[in-house]
Design a protein around this ligand. Structure first.
Ligand code: GLU
Length: 561
């Protein structure tokens, strides 16, 4: 309790503002249900100063959660760093104006194509947004996998699977093709989504299509933690209805071939399908819904189990193979995350057990996926270990970053192991030590002279990272001897690192880059020339430049390594 108080106190007191600021820094807003009691008491206190006893009384009931927030023990502990990286990728993608709005209905054709938003929400309820994240837009096909979840929930897996398949279609989303047994391929193509709407509609014969849609909207509201109202766009619905010729054709085909579930009325079925496309939400709401899926169906903001975990697993699997229209295969290869896009320009993406996010930008590529949204996903996965198969890398993801707390702890443990092994004469620890030393010395002498502050950094880095003590004076002797050997030491270093790279795991490669980085910015700046050298080292170690840029950005913000 004392430690927690000290984290927010100054001169023996703290304030509502200081406490909320500390929470915001960790990504937690005052609307988080786990600290609802604390926030209620804080509101009642207003601007009054809070002493130690008052503080204890304030957070006493929610001590565990507050402690996790204050001590940065949430799933993404360095939340501010992570948000900076997200912002960086958001900015990189923003200038892309390729693609075009969907134009089959006026409301989508006339939407502002410049809009661009990204929202993220971790499974611990940490939230961050950039850009146009509070604009309501129709969710369109993003509705499809969740209507499927709803069908599984209400009508059961056996009944649902009698009418809709779970195979990738390899056909356009609006094709009239069916599986050999006459079922639609999956719930994400129109035929499957229309059939799924039929399954749901058939289970509530007493309800109108609109009432059934309201039930589905209630599920969306639970998924998005009630942070804003789930709306319905009458305008979208009218347009959808008047342009639904192909969807009518599909509906009649379904009725003619397989037959409809419980002989549900075809018009009611189609009405439910089109209504689901006309549900309106914001990017921010979709990110919370994605986080709920990432969290196995439990909304991180409310703690409510909105969907059973078993159903979420099935929904994510369907999204993985069919969520991105005809590009789902390539998307799985490149991004490796379950996602669903819609023609209004939204993409909902799930990083299981970590976070959900959503992007919104109306210009679409030839597959119907948001251009900026897909670009964002690719760049994110180039930098972070979010691809579903990054986990099998055996420590060789190309030094992608992993923002999880567990990873943080693992790195610390690996470092202490390294120190311990070096102290006991382990051969591979010795090799890491020598490579670190060589890298730092070669960086130090790359500009043709040996400066004291660089030597200090080398000495400190070796000491803190690996527990090996070498005096700066001795480092000077080593560096000058190396300098005297002449002949482009930096090129020699790159060749050495390139040779060793296949034998080094991510941790060691990360350490080498970090050490080089520390020496390069010994004078407190990263000059273009120094950046070029770092990029050379990153290249030799097989590290994506975007990962280096995240480190550079951290350094410029004064973060400690
Ligand atoms: N509402 C569109 C249709 O049924 C599909 C929307 C989408 O693919 O996002 O044709």
């Amino acid at each position: 309790m004392t430690q927690l108080f000290d984290a927010v106190a100054q001169g023996g007191v703290t304030s509502r503002q200081a406490i909320l600021a500390r929470m915001a820094e960790a990504g937690i807003g005052p609307d988080d249900h786990r600290i609802a009691g604390t926030c209620r008491k804080l509101d009642a206190l207003g601007d009054a100063a809070i002493d130690r006893a008052g503080f204890a009384e304030l957070i006493g009931d929610e001590l565990l959660t507050v402690s996790r927030i204050f001590r940065r023990q949430l799933i993404i502990p360095d939340w501010q760093d992570f948000c900076h990286a997200i912002r960086g990728i958001y900015d990189e993608v923003a200038p892309d104006r390729s693609g075009a709005n969907a134009d089959y209905i006026p409301i989508l054709r006339d939407a502002d194509p410049e809009k661009w938003g990204v929202s993220i929400c971790s499974i611990d309820g940490q939230r961050f947004s950039c850009g146009d994240v509070d604009i309501y837009h129709s969710i369109q096909s993003v509705s499809k996998p969740l209507t499927y979840s709803f069908a599984l929930l209400r009508e059961g897996e056996e009944f649902t699977s009698r009418f809709v398949g779970t195979e990738p279609s390899g056909r356009p989303f609006n094709a009239l093709d069916l599986l050999p047994d006459m079922r639609p391929f999956n719930p994400c193509v129109n035929a499957g989504a229309i059939m799924t709407a039929g399954i749901v509609a058939s289970g509530s014969p007493e309800k109108s299509a609109r009432e059934v849609t309201y039930d589905i909207m209630a599920m969306w509201s639970g998924l998005s933690g009630g942070i804003a109202e789930v709306r319905f766009s009458e305008e979208t619905m009218l347009s959808e209805r008047s342009t639904a010729h192909n969807n009518y054709a599909i509906s009649y085909l379904l009725q003619g071939r397989k037959g409809l579930p419980r002989d549900v009325d075809l018009h009611k079925m189609l009405e439910v399908y089109l209504s689901c496309c006309s549900i309106e939400m914001t990017c921010e709401m979709l990110s919370v819904a994605a986080a709920t899926l990432a969290n196995g169906g439990v909304c991180p903001l409310t703690g409510e189990q909105v969907l059973p975990t078993e159903l979420v697993k099935k929904t994510l699997a369907v999204m993985q193979f069919a969520g991105m229209y005809d590009n789902a295969g390539v998307f799985t290869l490149q991004v490796g995350l379950p996602a669903k896009s819609g023609v209004a320009g939204a993409i909902l993406v799930v990083v299981p057990n970590l976070m959900g996010f959503a992007t919104f930008s109306p210009r679409l590529d030839s597959y119907g996926n948001s251009v900026r949204g897909v670009a964002f996903c690719r760049k994110l996965v180039e930098r972070f270990t979010f691809h579903v198969y990054d986990s099998l890398s055996g420590g060789r993801t190309g030094c992608k970053l992993d923002p999880r707390e567990s990873q943080h702890n693992r790195k610390q443990r690996d470092l202490s192991d390294l120190k311990w092994a070096l102290a006991h004469g382990d051969r591979s620890a010795r090799k890491v030590h020598d490579l670190l030393l060589e890298t730092m010395i070669d960086i130090c002498i790359a500009d043709g002279d040996v400066e004291d502050d660089e030597l200090d950094i080398i000495a400190n880095t070796l000491d803190t990272i690996i527990g090996s003590r070498i005096a700066p004076a001795q480092l000077r002797v080593l560096s000058e001897a190396r300098l005297a050997q002449g002949s482009a030491p930096f090129d020699g270093l790159l060749a050495l690192l390139g040779r060793e790279c296949p034998t080094l795991d991510d941790n060691v490669r990360g350490l080498l880059l970090e050490a080089a980085f520390r020496v390069s910015c010994a004078d407190g700046e990263i000059e273009p020339e120094e950046y070029a050298r770092l990029a050379g080292i990153a290249g030799a170690l097989g590290v994506h430049k975007g990962i280096l840029d995240i480190q550079v950005d951290r350094f410029r913000r004064g973060a400690t390594l």
